[in-house]
Design a protein around this ligand. Structure first.
Ligand code: SF4
Length: 162
């Protein structure tokens, strides 16, 4: 199975959402959040390199300096922890391909940035998460609903709340 950064993000945010997404249960993706996110992405770093592919995953942006830096640009920091793990996953992938990098999470609307470094503990966690994602996604039914603050903004809200 090809694990993506978004799947890692969903794993940390909601394992049920991960299951729906990975099993191609698509709800209405034509929502404002996605188009706003795309707009921010296009406006940010407009003169720099972006959408870089490295192995199986693609990153928002990579700048090559003394050490590579992988940027992940987000609309808001509401999903801060899941997004951190998405970026740790990219850093882990980069390291596997011999391109060690630090990560920077960028929230342009909030004028906020956070630098992330892949530690041996995080590497170990990412390896555990990948195995667990494969297990969850291959289950015949989705994990149960666990109500969270962001359920109301989730694309699967109606499906979970019936
Ligand atoms: S509505 Fe809540 S429980 Fe259901 S998939 Fe979304 S985040 Fe998970």
């Amino acid at each position: 199975m090809r694990v993506t950064g978004v799947m890692v993000q969903y794993y940390v945010a909601c394992k049920r959402e991960l299951w729906f997404f990975a099993n191609q249960i698509n709800m209405n993706y034509d929502n404002d959040d996605i188009s706003i996110g795309r707009h921010i992405h296009e406006k940010s770093f407009s003169r720099e390199k972006k959408n870089v592919n490295l192995g199986d995953v693609s990153f928002d942006f990579v700048k090559t300096g003394e050490k590579n830096t992988i940027f992940e640009i987000k609309k808001s920091s509401k999903l801060e922890e899941p997004v951190r793990y998405q970026l740790y996953y990219y850093l882990w992938n980069a390291k596997k391909l011999g391109k060690e990098a630090d990560g920077v999470l960028v929230y342009p609307k909030e004028k906020k940035r956070e630098k992330l470094t892949l530690t041996p503990e995080k590497e170990h966690e990412i390896e555990h998460i990948i195995k667990d994602i494969e297990k969850i996604v291959s289950q015949p039914l989705p994990p149960p609903v666990v109500i969270k603050p962001y359920c109301k903004r989730c694309t699967y809200y109606e499906l979970c709340m019936v």
